[in-house]
Design a protein around this ligand. Structure first.
Ligand code: GLN
Length: 289
């Protein structure tokens, strides 16, 4: 039986690795042990025989049990890094993905005014808005989310990181204070409701409201593309993340709605995972009347 006798890092980790059925069991176990023990991951290699006290060892056991059931590591740690920013995460929002950093890169490549007005729709943890705020202090950045918990979380992250992002509770554009944006950016839900990968891995524990969007996954994207022009300044940009097989359909939505310069861009895996378009200045607007 377990006694007050402490166990070594190596014994705890080996035991955990056998129980965790993820693609990265050792990494997961090391992250969890580092979290409860305050020891660094590199120390587990350098000093595998170091003993862990009973209290952190018990906490580790509890986290490993949850990870063995599939709970994402980020939810167990309570944080996830995005764009080198340490973000607090909770099960009320999506865990920020590395590929979404490509969306941030794309936004930073656009030629926008120095004091561009930008909004991140469905911000979740605030990841996209906060990454942009960290890179472009002169931009005026807003973010919104439908869920109160997500709004509170994004506000917490903004405070912790001391980044100026105004977060609103809003169903897409409906609750935004009026403004004309130079950039509207979003990683909306875009997974088809019957997609089998919803039953696999970490996504099983993420809120479906942040993932699923109707039969073809495009319900929210259709709505955003339809409504965005009313919220864009002339020559403002709309930039959306979407699924690897949705680029053509999303480009068609942009073009049909009247966007110009419509193009898709790739994620780190080489898939077309983002589409952007510019709302054109009205023909003759400069010379009207
Ligand atoms: N990329 C996510 C996934 O595949 C989906 C994110 C989203 O719907 N916005 O799990």
């Amino acid at each position: 039986m377990t006694s007050k006798r402490s166990m070594t890092c190596q014994a705890l980790l080996n035991n955990a690795v056998r129980r965790i059925a993820s693609e990265t069991p050792r990494l997961d176990a090391e992250l969890l042990l580092a979290h409860v023990s305050g020891l660094s991951r590199s120390s587990f290699r350098a000093f595998p025989e170091r003993e862990v006290d009973a209290q952190p060892a018990a906490e580790f056991e509890s986290l490993v049990a949850q990870r063995a059931l599939g709970m994402p590591v980020a939810y167990l740690l309570g944080h996830q890094e995005f764009w080198s920013l340490p973000l607090t995460v909770s099960s009320s929002t999506l865990i920020p993905r590395p590929d979404t950093e490509c969306l941030v890169e794309q936004a930073l490549e656009l030629l926008l005014p120095d004091t561009a007005r930008v909004v991140d729709l469905g911000t979740g943890t605030g990841a996209i808005a906060l990454a942009l705020a960290s890179e472009r202090p002169s931009w005026v950045i807003s973010a919104c989310d439908l869920l109160d918990d997500a709004v509170a979380l994004a506000q917490l992250n903004a405070r912790q990181l001391r980044l100026p992002v105004n977060v609103y509770q809003s169903s897409w554009f409906a609750g935004l204070p009026s403004a004309s944006f130079d950039l509207i950016v979003s990683n909306p839900p875009y997974v088809a409701s019957d997609d089998h990968h919803l039953k696999e891995g970490d996504v099983r524990f993420e809120p479906s409201s942040a993932l699923v969007s109707g039969a073809d996954g495009l319900d929210d994207i259709r709505r955003i593309v339809d409504e965005a022009p009313a919220w864009l300044s002339a020559e403002g940009w709309l930039l959306l993340e979407h699924g690897f097989d949705q680029a053509k359909a999303v480009r068609e939505l942009f073009v049909d709605r009247g966007f110009a310069m419509v193009e898709s861009r790739q994620d780190y895996g080489g898939n077309d995972r983002m589409t952007l378009g510019q709302w054109p200045r009205k023909k003759g607007a400069l010379h009207a009347e």
